[in-house]
Design a protein around this ligand. Sequence first.
Ligand code: SAH
Ligand code: SF4
Ligand code: F3S
Length: 487
Amino acid sequence: MEYRKDEIDKRIDAQDLTMTPPEREPQRQYYFMKKCQEIVRKKSEELGRPLYACTVNMGCQMNARDSEKLSGILTKVGYVLTQSEEDADFVIYNTCTVRDNANQRVYGRLGFLNSMKRHKPHLKIALCGCMMQEPSVIEKIKKSYRFVDLIFGTHNLFKFAELLATMFENREMIIDIWQGTDQIVEELPVNRKYPYKSGINIMYGCNNFCSYCIVPYVRGRERSREPREIIGEIERLAADGVVEIMLLGQNVNSYGKTLEQPVSFAQLLREAEKVDGIRRIRFMTSHPKDLSDELIEVMQNSTKICRHLHLPVQAGSDRILAAMNRRYTKAQYLALVEKIKTAMPDISLTTDLIVGFPGETPEDVEETIDVVKRVQYDNAFTFLYSKRTGTPAAAMDNQVPEETAKAGFNKLLRVVQDTAKERAARLQGCVMEALVEEVNEQDPALMTGRLSNNMLVHFPARQSQMGQFVKVSLDECHGFYYTGHIV
Ligand code: SAH
Ligand code: SF4
Ligand code: F3S
């Protein structure tokens, strides 16, 4: 919870449920939160125990942030959050549709929820997120997954409390999907996953229309939040103990261009840096075509902006880059990387790569491999091209056979892994600052920390050190992570 905790409670309490709901947002949602509080209280009295809710996030950082908003509303109306779907009275899947395997996973898990619901008829199931913005998905769910109680999309997530109230009052499936919105509703409760770090949406949607990508269709047009809203949120987070923030957008480098009073992303970063208490600033994602000299300068002169840049290249062949509508060439990308490395020799670069885009030949894949070798990425997410209905690439007639794509993928992956290992090895023996993030999953005597360059290190430490910065010696490099000790 970070939006003036008590303030929001006061506003919810002040709602009069004997009146019709207010028209204005977010007041309208406060009204429905109060209404849901009564419903949840009654239901849990009937059951003689609290009601449990489980939100499952299946997408990117932006979806993860949305899940924190859903959890914020759920706790506000009286649910107790649980990690386990089996224990839950209400399961919410926040879906992703960027690649088809994400969709398949949802259908698979829905089968499991259906069998759960047979044993637990009062179980409520909601689906939201990017996948729900696709009409074909809604048709399929309406036909084959009748047991789902509530479906909503990416544009009306702020209405969750209102939708909950509707769900409680109805037996049939509630579907509310908007095609788009120009609305940004602020000041709703948020339940942060980590006490010491937080994502912050600085913009929504995307206008780039890379030809393979479904995001612009399911997330709508680009909308930036006002800088004062963002800085206000960062200040509140800092006051609540947050030391690291991640500014989120599909293309943060075009932030602010469409505001009434345009602001650049670099200017926003300058303001964010001034917030006391914030020690680390990260951002995702940077589109290479919009990365400005001003941004490089701000990063270079900053002690808070982390030495990590995620700069998706997608492919190395100019022909494929053009067909992808990425709007840069291999040479332009490499020149940009050079400029960044000259300004910040210690920077870690990571990227996203796609193999198997329509028309891609093994020679084209060699171009991608060449980029990886030249740039020396610290890490790269390598994806097999996935055909997304409705995108221009899906209609291209030169789709690549799966075996060809897989062969290219495996070859590229080997190079990516070798490069990453080599890069990681160079820091072995160094002492670096780490933010202590969580208890190590395998060994509870160890804590996991994150370096400024986004790499992880595991070392003996106390749980009470979570959220603190420590100096760690990176004793041994294990490819993608280190083990070490506090010095
Ligand atoms: N806005 C971000 C990307 C968000 S999607 C950016 O442009 O950098 C994250 C990654 O998923 C993309 O960078 C891309 O590599 C991958 N991706 C998107 N659509 C895809 C598709 N149809 N098939 C395979 N990978 C895809
Ligand atoms: Fe998709 Fe391209 Fe937008 Fe990224 S910039 S979300 S890849 S359309
Ligand atoms: Fe997936 Fe939506 Fe993010 S499609 S990658 S969850 S914006």
